[in-house]
Design a protein around this ligand. Structure first.
Ligand SMILES: [Zn+2]
Length: 212
């Protein structure tokens, strides 16, 4: 079974993919991780993508799909796609590739959350200016200062409300066409993503027919 996880940034897609991997042995493919690894390795493709992203652009559909295909070529089943596809063009390329190998996307799970809940999650992180320790303002033991080194906690530019709203808008524009693309297929499911990771995992496993 091949699964695509869709959801807002902050909806916990990556966490759910990891839980599915641990419990059911899926391969977890995050194109974000693949791209970061390629950049870190300093390959020609990595350098090209690094340049594009430094200009505020995304990797092209073709480069992304090439990276993905290289990562899954030895295993075309039992994969969870996290952060991919990002566009309907990528979705079409993935369908074509899998079909060529007698496979398909069997399920698409949308982890649904209200925009308010997403914004709350995306803006809850604080980082120690001194040691880089990461904290969440909603955790019960949150203090105004770093408990490890006493440093000042700051909000990263990515975690401000303005930045979070922007990411949400970009995501909506990108993902709505994808939801439309997959919604007609029989394997499309939507689960409520507002609960704890364990609660959401129960819903995801049920939606996929892995658990009753
Ligand atoms: Zn600290």
């Amino acid at each position: 079974m091949n699964i695509i996880l869709l959801g807002f940034p902050g909806s916990g897609k990556g966490t759910q993919a990891e839980l599915l991997k641990r419990k059911y042995g899926f391969m977890h493919i995050s194109t974000g991780d693949l791209i970061r690894r390629e950049i870190a390795a300093g390959t020609p493709l990595g350098r090209k993508i690094e340049f594009l992203t430094s200009q505020g652009n995304l990797a092209s559909d073709e480069d992304t799909v090439n990276l993905l295909v290289a990562a899954i070529k030895d295993r075309e089943d039992g994969i969870i796609f996290d952060g991919f596809p990002r566009t309907t063009a990528q979705a079409g390329m993935l369908d074509k590739y899998l079909k060529l190998h007698g496979r398909k996307v069997d399920a698409v799970v949308l982890i649904g959350m209200s925009e308010d809940a997403v914004l709350k999650r995306l803006t809850s992180r604080r980082v120690c200016a001194q040691c880089g320790g990461i904290y969440n303002i909603y955790s019960p033991d949150y203090k105004e200062i770093c408990v490890k080194c006493g440093g000042r906690l700051v909000t990263r530019p990515d975690d401000t409300l303005e930045s979070a709203k922007h990411r949400l808008e970009v995501f909506k524009k990108e993902t709505q066409p994808l939801i439309n693309y997959y919604q007609q297929s029989a394997g499309f499911k939507e689960v409520e993503g507002g609960g704890s990771p364990e609660e959401v995992f129960g819903e995801v496993a049920k939606a996929l027919g892995l658990e009753k």
